[in-house]
Design a protein around this ligand. Structure first.
Ligand code: GUN
Length: 296
């Protein structure tokens, strides 16, 4: 293996020091930053993400409150939970864990969150502001990926970045942020997806490849050039009888073959995941009026 490990755990730990300091300053002024979480159903992965977010809040001095609804909760009950958090003065940020058991109501639920409490950055107002380059809550995973790339020291300006996966949560916003004229952008971005004709032709010329397709084995070593940066956004559960849990986590990139050629590669777990949570904490503190120093 020649690649250096791009540890999200380590980068996140440094960022969280600044976030905890900002949360503490907020608290000293009389406002404890607060996150309201809505979890619908008992999907184990969603349960695990929500628990990790709540623990991270506690560690950073952020108050969190969870509303857990059954998988068959009525649309009106989910909307009422969000509206309650909208009105709650102790809550500055709201997160509805996705996917919802009934995905057809996701858009309506997200749009019910007050934009000034939308710490996921999923509300159309925040998406629009982000696209226009106006101040907005940035979506957490793309924002975390930007910080990871910055940590490598590889200049983004003029870099060829290939993103695999056009999701509304990761691929699309990341393409916008990376191509924006700002200190974390100025890259030449190619957004690849399931209809891309020759994926390897794109990934082989990339300085930075972001794998965010949600499918293991999407990126293999033969698809990248020597010295590339590989950011693996994938979190896939693979059955593994040797583990107590019965599964293990793998990314979208084949770690071993990519690590042989890449200059930097993120591990799964411990790569993008901790960064997503960190940028959520950042947004909650910002929503509470806190100023996070050295976050950009
Ligand atoms: N599901 C997968 N990623 C996310 C995220 O960043 N926020 C929320 N709310 N749900 C998710």
């Amino acid at each position: 293996m020649s690649a250096k490990i791009l540890s999200g755990k380590e980068v996140a730990a440094t960022l969280r020091e600044g976030i905890a300091a900002a949360a503490s300053a907020c608290t000293a002024k009389g406002t404890v930053p607060g996150l309201g979480v809505v979890l619908v159903g008992d999907d184990p992965a969603s349960r695990s993400y929500v628990s990790a977010k709540e623990k991270a809040c506690t560690d950073c001095g952020i108050y969190s409150q969870e509303i857990h609804l059954p998988a068959d909760a009525a649309r009106d009950d989910i909307l009422a939970a969000v509206e309650g958090l909208n009105e709650n003065r102790d809550i500055h940020g709201i997160l509805v864990q996705l996917p919802l058991p009934d995905s057809s109501i996701e858009r309506e639920v997200i749009t019910t969150i007050r934009p000034e409490k939308d710490v996921d950055g999923f509300h159309p107002v925040n998406v629009g502001r982000m696209v226009l380059g106006l101040p907005a809550f940035l979506p957490c995973t793309p924002h975390g990926v930007l910080h990871l790339i910055r940590h490598t020291g590889v200049p983004l300006a003029g870099a060829e970045v290939v993103i695999i996966g056009r999701s509304q949560i990761v691929g699309q916003p990341l393409a916008i942020l990376l191509s924006r004229k700002w200190e974390m952008g100025n890259a030449t971005v190619t957004l690849c997806h399931t209809r891309t004709r020759d994926l390897t032709a794109h990934t082989r010329r990339a300085d930075i490849v972001v794998a965010a397709a949600g499918r293991p084995g999407t990126l293999t070593g033969d698809m990248i050039r020597d010295g590339a940066v590989v950011i693996d956004v994938g979190v896939n559960r693979i059955p593994d009888a040797s583990r107590k849990s019965g599964f293990r986590l793998v990314g979208d990139a084949d770690f071993d073959s990519c690590a042989e050629k890449a200059a930097w590669i993120t591990p799964v777990p411990g790569g993008v995941g901790p960064m997503t949570i960190t940028m959520l904490l950042h947004n909650v503190v910002q929503a509470a009026g806190g100023v996070v120093v050295s976050d950009r």
